[in-house]
Design a protein around this ligand. Structure first.
Ligand code: TXA
Ligand code: MG
Length: 317
């Protein structure tokens, strides 16, 4: 049985004993374990049913702690870290030899980030090791943005979800790697391409690679509800001739269609940040309503709208 609690001492005790727990972050909840504990890391892969070729993100409490895990910190990486950490930015950096290969799936880079969540930051400061944590969802399912989502996925396999409220950003971190020291974006996320480019200038985006991807989370199918999902430009038109049970996800405004069972408007005021923070909660909710299909209306392709469209596209695969 899982307990949902803010008992940080219990969290420390479990992590010190090679066990895993769920932790809150500003993006989504993570399934966390000691990066040096083979037992804990294997449990993460096992519980999540994640293939071993898909590496994990290492979570740190400070830039000082970074020295323990990476051997190279290019100047543009430093600039990005200084601007966005603690925050929803993951950097792929050359790993130190002491990082177990299971964390990085044998790669010579390690994914690192400093999460911006008070509870998890204080937990990390009290531990003598960094935490590896993928999103706390079974492989290919929707990421969890509150403690109850995690509990419903893993009630028989983890003891503790550290309660940290609803995730503020609600979308995974943006992943940036380096090719000959120049930044490359591998995963759209909670920090927009525009924000990154403001700091380091124009960068390459490689977020659509489908085969042997640099970031395996970028496989086409991901973040998927179990209900058949469509992403369309015009929901009303798409639904004209159907008599199915439909759930709709839409950015803002209203919708006029008689045969809709449930509508989630993600931001009445048309704010992409608010919409992003509510996206996964809406998908979780619609996916539990036993609908025939979920229809999402494409978001404007700028800023966080681009990240939202990316996740919705993957949800349709
Ligand atoms: O917001 C987030 O990043 C959340 C929270 C919990 O921090 N974590 C998260 O982890 O989204 P996960 O495992 O669901 O997604 C991490 C992605 C995966 O697609 C993985 O393949 C990629 O990062 N990744 C990790 N290490 C990598 C590496 N060394 N090289 C390339 N890709 C890597
Ligand atoms: Mg994930």
């Amino acid at each position: 049985m899982t307990i949902i609690s803010n008992d940080i001492n219990k969290a420390i005790e479990l992590l010190n004993n090679d066990d895993i727990i769920a932790i809150p972050t500003e993006t989504v909840y993570g399934l966390a374990g000691n990066i040096y504990s083979d037992k804990a890391i294997r449990k993460i892969f096992h519980v999540k049913q994640r293939p071993l070729f898909n590496p994990l993100i290492v979570h740190l409490h400070s830039i000082e702690q970074l020295k323990e895990v990476v051997s190279d910190f290019p100047s543009k990486a430093q600039l990005l870290a200084k601007t966005f950490w603690p925050g929803p930015l993951t950097l792929l950096l050359k790993k130190n030899p002491n990082i177990p290969p299971i964390i990085t799936a044998g790669k010579d880079t390690v994914a690192v980030r400093i999460p911006n969540h008070p509870i998890t930051l204080s937990l990390l400061k009290k531990l003598s090791f960094p935490l590896a944590a993928p999103s706390a969802n079974p492989y290919n399912r929707i990421s969890p943005t509150n403690a109850l989502h995690v509990e419903s996925y893993f009630k028989n396999s983890i003891q503790l979800v550290l309660e940290g409220g609803t995730c503020k950003n609600g979308l995974e971190s943006t992943i940036i790697g380096f090719e000959t020291n120049e930044p490359v974006l591998y995963r759209l996320g909670a920090i927009t391409l525009e924000e990154i480019e403001k700091v380091v200038g124009k960068i390459t985006v490689k977020n659509k690679k489908e085969k042997v991807p640099d970031a395996p989370g970028m496989l086409a199918k991901h973040y998927a509800p179990q209900t058949k999902t469509y992403l369309v430009n015009d929901v009303e038109n798409f639904l004209k001739n159907t008599n199915k049970k439909i759930g709709v996800i839409k950015f803002s405004g209203e919708i006029n269609s008689s045969n809709i069972e449930h509508v989630e408007i993600l931001s009445k005021s048309g704010d992409l940040k608010e919409a992003a923070s509510k996206l996964y909660t809406a998908l979780h909710k619609l996916d539990n309503l036993k609908l025939d299909m979920i229809v999402a209306q494409r978001f404007p392709d700028i800023g966080l709208g681009r990240s939202i469209n990316d996740r919705l596209e993957r949800a349709t695969k």
